[in-house]
Write a new protein. Structure first.
Length: 279
């Protein structure tokens, strides 16, 4: 897979696209959250290069120290390099804890132990993402800006690996047609910190610091192969996929196909329009 020949041209096209959308919709500023990962680092850099007022937010939320260090270092670098960038740290851990405490009544009503809803579970992870989304939109509403999304192609349109109304709640998605490997390459072109490029991808929503690969059960490279070949397009079961262009599929590829189909099916509701009853 080699879809992109010139990353300078790609950078220029995306920057122009963001700028044109903002101009056409009377948007006066860009708002972007940074996590210490490659996707948000690339998107925030592209936003900075538009010349529009760009608000870059770090939002620690019981976060791993490494992620906090990387996100702060990246935001600081952007602020120092671009006059149009404003950096702001918004500590959300206390807000999150207060929110969980406020719903302890639910735990009591269902016979659970006090504090059940402060454990590592999917609902809590999604709540963290939604608190960040609310924060970004609060700033955007204040400065007449729009929230710029950081999802890539596999996450947004392949396996639905994002939080509905969390990191999926954005106004524009400048890298959502780029595979993760392409985002890494664009990051190298943009001069993103090598520590961010080399860090294991993680959504930063789990307190045990689990990586994306650990959650999904497959690497981005393998998931991209599944998505790009469209090998699952006419298969209802992973076991139906045995060959690709005359070559046997490896056990690693079979596993990636299985995980891709699993996540694609269970998250399909996030990747399509909200169902609407029609008269």
């Amino acid at each position: 897979m080699n879809r992109i020949k010139d990353y300078t041209e790609l950078e220029e096209r995306i920057v122009a696209w963001i700028r044109e959308y903002a101009d056409n919709n009377s948007i006066s500023a860009l708002v972007c959250g940074v996590s210490g990962g490659i996707d948000s680092a690339v998107v925030s850099t592209l936003c900075a290069r538009t010349g529009l007022p760009t608000f870059v937010l770090t939002m620690p939320l019981n976060s791993k120290m490494e992620n906090t260090i990387l996100s702060t270092a990246h935001a600081t670098q952007l602020r120092e390099e671009y006059e149009n960038v404003t950096m702001q740290n918004v500590e959300l851990s206390s807000v999150y804890e207060k929110f969980l405490h406020s719903i302890d009544w639910w735990t009591d009503a269902h016979g659970g132990e006090k504090g059940t809803y402060t454990s590592n579970n999917l609902a809590n992870a999604n709540t963290k993402s939604r608190l960040r989304m609310v924060t970004l939109y609060q700033i955007a509403g204040t400065v007449g800006g729009m929230v710029v999304g950081t999802g890539n192609k596999v996450e947004d349109y392949g396996i639905g690996f994002y939080t509905k109304y969390g990191d999926g709640g954005v106004d524009i998605a400048p890298i959502a047609d780029l595979y993760k490997t392409e985002v890494w390459e664009l990051g190298r072109h943009l001069g993103v910190d090598e520590r961010i490029i080399n860090a294991a991808p993680t959504d930063g929503l789990w307190e045990d610091s689990r990586t994306d690969e650990e959650q999904v059960g497959a690497s981005y490279e393998d998931l991209e192969w599944v998505m790009d070949t469209e090998i699952t397009k006419h298969a209802k079961d992973p076991n139906e996929c045995t060959q690709w262009i005359g070559k046997p599929i490896t056990e690693q590829q079979k596993s990636a196909i299985k995980q891709y189909m699993k996540f694609n099916r269970q998250n399909k509701h996030k990747m399509i329009s909200i169902p609407t009853f029609k008269l």
